[in-house]
Ligand binder design. Structure first.
Ligand SMILES: C[S@@+](CC[C@H](N)C(=O)[O-])C[C@H]1O[C@@H](n2cnc3c(N)ncnc32)[C@H](O)[C@@H]1O
Length: 424
């Protein structure tokens, strides 16, 4: 057994777990991950960041004859492992070591390219950058995929370390956070993974599967260098553990993002790389304005500023939610305000840019112009598309498209790019 790194190595811990990113996978999720890995009698099964051993326990129950190797930096982890259910597994070796050591394979006596199946729920923390990380990413063919190497969180580094240890056609089943699966800045990482490996499926998990966090997470199963991924199967898991019908997504659409909820609302022709009669929001607009008045300046601003709290709740009768007349500027006020800030104009559709319930906030500017805060987008539609676009954002489909396009856990936000790509 060897010992690991200290807490000093952490640049940023997750907001919802402790400094080692410790929160443990439930048996339902562990079982589902193992069930989704197609592997015939693996001889060597690995779990990096094994914690209390719920993934390797499920693996051991399925692959009785496999040799099991687990690694965790937490010195208490072996106690939890032994106390847990895996004591019966005779061919099990555990190491207390830092998974992010470039020389991990030597330290745990495994050759690179040797593991048949790896399972992993990595910590979602950002460790302070070390030279080792560059080598780990390079060894996994991922170093060129990041705009800045410092974007690499422990999730990506654990993924890379698993890829280095897996043999060709070896299977990796892991749990990933929202960032790697949907964020624009990881688009090239997804592209590299899809081109180098066979990404078999991605299952979007219910938001509250990990205690104490609402983080969106996913099960991902891939086959190392199992051929380029032309199509990925996406599913969603419901709270009772059942899987939805699959949607198949072509490689270029999958590079953009890999979440079920986003692609399920895209028309099938577009998902499979073909054309589609639906429009994207970008095509329906002549302009989009993001407000510039920040919330702390609203009270002192000379004229009323439309902010998040000013959106009316959806009306049961589906009445159009109009920005109250109170926010409308007269001509001279508008002229003065326009020298300082960009204005929303009559005909604009307002959406919230941030906030947990952003999908429920919608309004139409009828009287105006008016000043909007920096938490609000004003969409300026081409006349013929205004009504359809408003109705779409007012529908369940539109709300779910906005919700699934937004990023972030505690503070949700919608980027222009993600908004533009929504189909209606
Ligand atoms: C999210 S928990 C997952 C635990 C377990 N695999 C599960 O699914 O329940 C992440 C685990 O990684 C461990 N860990 C964090 N940083 C590590 C590092 N640099 N090297 C090894 N283990 C680490 C933590 O101690 C924790 O047990």
């Amino acid at each position: 057994m060897s010992s690991g790194a200290s807490n000093q190595n952490l640049a940023r811990a997750s907001q919802t777990s402790d400094h080692w990113g410790r929160y443990y996978t439930s048996s339902v999720i562990s079982q589902s991950l193992i069930d989704n890995i197609e592997a015939n009698k693996p001889r060597l099964v690995l779990e990096l960041g094994s914690g209390s051993g719920s993934l390797c326990t499920a693996a051991a129950a399925r692959w009785h004859d496999a040799q099991l190797v687990t690694v965790d930096v937490d010195r208490q982890a072996p106690n939890r492992l032994n106390a847990a259910h895996i004591g019966r597994q005779v061919r099990h070796t555990h190491f207390v070591h830092d998974v992010l050591d470039e020389a991990l394979s030597d330290k745990i006596g495994l050759q690179l390219d040797s593991v048949d199946v790896a399972v992993c729920n990595p910590p979602y923390i950002r460790p302070r950058w070390r030279a080792d990380f560059g080598k780990i990413l390079e060894g996994a063919g991922l170093s060129g995929a990041l705009t800045s190497l410092h974007d690499a969180g422990a999730d990506l580094l654990f993924l890379a370390q698993n890829l280095r240890l897996l043999r060709r056609n070896g299977k990796l089943g892991l749990i990933l956070p929202d960032g790697l699966v949907t964020a624009e800045k990881f688009c090239r990482v997804r592209r590299a993974l899809l081109r180098q490996h066979l990404v078999e499926q991605v299952v979007q998990l219910p938001r509250n599967v990990f205690k104490g966090t609402e983080a969106q997470t996913y099960l991902v199963v891939l086959s190392k260098m199992g051929g380029e991924t032309n199509q990925v199967t996406l599913r969603r898991m419901s709270l009772d553990g059942r899987l939805s019908e699959p949607v198949q997504v072509a490689q270029d659409a999958a590079e953009k993002r890999l979440d079920y909820t986003f692609h399920a609302q895209v028309c099938p022709a577009k998902r499979s790389g073909g054309g589609c009669r639906k429009m994207v929001v970008r095509e329906a607009l002549t302009d989009i304005v993001r407000g510039t008045v920040c919330s702390s300046d609203i009270a002192a601003f000379r004229v009323p500023v439309f902010h998040l709290g000013d959106f009316a709740a959806p009306s049961p009768e589906n009445l159009v939610r109009i920005v109250p007349n109170y926010f409308a500027l007269n001509e001279s006020e508008a002229q003065r305000a326009a020298t300082q800030v960009r204005l929303a104009l009559p005909g604009d559709i307002l959406l919230a840019r941030v906030g947990r319930g952003l999908q429920d906030r919608l309004a139409l500017v009828v009287y105006g112009p008016c000043v909007i805060s920096d938490c609000v987008f004003a969409l300026r539609p081409i006349d013929e598309h205004r009504e359809k676009l408003y109705e779409f954002f007012d529908s369940d489909l539109g709300r779910s498209a906005l919700a699934s396009s937004a990023h972030g856990v505690a503070a949700r936000f919608l980027s222009k790019t993600n908004l533009f790509d929504i189909q209606f």
